[in-house]
Design a protein around this ligand. Structure first.
Ligand SMILES: Cc1ncc(COP(=O)(O)O)c(C=O)c1O
Length: 385
């Protein structure tokens, strides 16, 4: 039996690997605490669950959903963008519901790139940015996010030929994994750089609502000209503790949205309508969950920052996201420190190099674990050093 060559080049998905290691350690009797994956432990709000149950009971929702998402859900997304970011979106041509934003991020390559085309991806970046380019047979050029540039890509340092060759750039702020935020000036420069070089911007914004200390994150689409050059991915996963529900969307440039929709109609058949009704409830119902979760993450962020300080690990205090991006101690690599922490403390942290070569020397600690377990994990890491 022969499999596709692209499978040989496809590394195992980082978090699937981490899951495997957790299972192995647990089978050995280790009480593993995972600070690896960003997956909220708090439940989805009850009003959203109730809406799902109500709509799941309606046989009209048991049939194939619309390929392009329910009009009511698309309208709800457009209304939310207007209210939250003052961005106008045409729900019929500029909004496309997705089965989680990861799905759309992967499929976008097939919509805008041909095999051999060049795309720029953030390094370090959400792993699907890179692995999806392998599936699509396109050429990823890593755009380093360096500490000295506040983990923003240095657009001026992208050489002219690469910028001219590239058809797309994929990036995300508030950022996973570095938790950096982007300034308005950065987004404005990005729009003019993309326009000048005719590069499509795919901005991925699932953490816009998880912000601390009064910081309010923008949408890429709120900057003048953004809709002419790109799209934004968004998701209900992190904002409403809905990672398991698989619901998100892409919005922005109508040509790119149409192309992505055309790819998807040939691959999937949309999102269960009852989940889309629940999505409307999430966007239009009570929003208390957002402040509640931001308070929880602020408290955990402060716990981690204090512990890292005591241990002697350096990290920037994030203003957003559910991640802390910390430097490994001298003498360790990302992988050797993650292995040390697992073997000596039974704690999973994500090695920075798994997000791209520029992530070497860092680990990512995730705040989506209950406070008592987080405190215990930090104590165990301290004792292991
Ligand atoms: C930057 C980024 N983009 C996209 C996703 C995927 O989100 P979804 O659950 O909507 O597929 C994640 C999930 O962790 C993420 O961190």
């Amino acid at each position: 039996m022969k499999l596709a060559r692209r499978i040989d080049n496809l590394p195992p998905y980082l978090f699937a690997e981490i899951d495997k290691r957790v299972d192995e350690k647990r089978a050995q009797g280790v009480d593993v605490i995972s600070l690896g994956i960003g997956d909220p432990v708090e439940p989805t709000p009850q009003n959203i669950i109730n809406k799902l149950c109500e709509q799941a009971n309606n046989p009209a929702n048991h049939r194939y959903p619309s390929y392009f998402g329910m009009p009511a859900f698309r309208q709800s997304i457009a209304k939310w963008y207007k209210k939250r970011f003052d961005v106008d979106l045409d729900p019929d041509t500029e909004v496309l519901p997705l089965i989680g934003s990861k799905e759309g991020i992967a499929h976008l390559n097939f919509a805008v790139l041909d095999p051999g085309d060049t795309t720029l991806i953030a390094d370090p970046g959400y792993p699907a940015y890179n692995t999806s380019t392998i599936l699509a047979g396109v050429n990823p050029v890593h755009t380093p996010l360096l500490e000295e540039n506040d983990f923003l890509p240095d657009l001026d340092s992208i050489d002219e030929n690469t910028a001219k060759d590239a058809k797309m750039i994929v990036l995300n702020y508030p950022n996973n994994p570095t938790s950096a935020i982007a300034t308005d000036d950065f987004f404005k420069d990005l729009v003019s750089w993309a326009d000048k070089n005719q590069v499509i911007v795919a901005h991925d914004n699932p953490y816009s609502e998880i912000t601390f200390d009064g910081y309010v994150a923008p949408s890429f689409l709120q900057f003048p000209g953004a809709k002419d050059v790109g799209i934004e991915f968004h998701s209900l996963s992190k904002t409403y503790n809905m990672t398991g529900w698989r619901i998100g969307w892409a919005c922005g440039n109508a040509k790119v949205i149409e192309a992505l929709g055309r790819v998807k109609t040939n691959i999937d058949s949309g999102i269960f309508n009852a989940i889309q009704y629940a999505g409307i409830e999430a966007l239009e119902g009570p929003q208390d969950i957002i402040n509640e979760m931001c308070d929880i993450y602020t408290r955990r962020r402060d716990m981690v920052m204090e512990a890292l300080d005591k241990i002697g690990l350096r990290a920037h205090k994030p203003k957003a996201t559910i991640y802390i991006w910390a430097k490994v101690p001298d003498g360790y690599t990302s992988a050797s420190f993650a292995t040390h922490v697992l073997d000596s403390a039974g704690v999973i942290v994500a090695p920075g190099n798994a997000y791209g070569p520029s992530g070497e020397g860092f680990i990512r600690i995730c705040l989506s674990v209950k406070d008592d377990r987080l405190a215990e994990a930090l104590e165990r890491i301290k004792d292991s050093l």
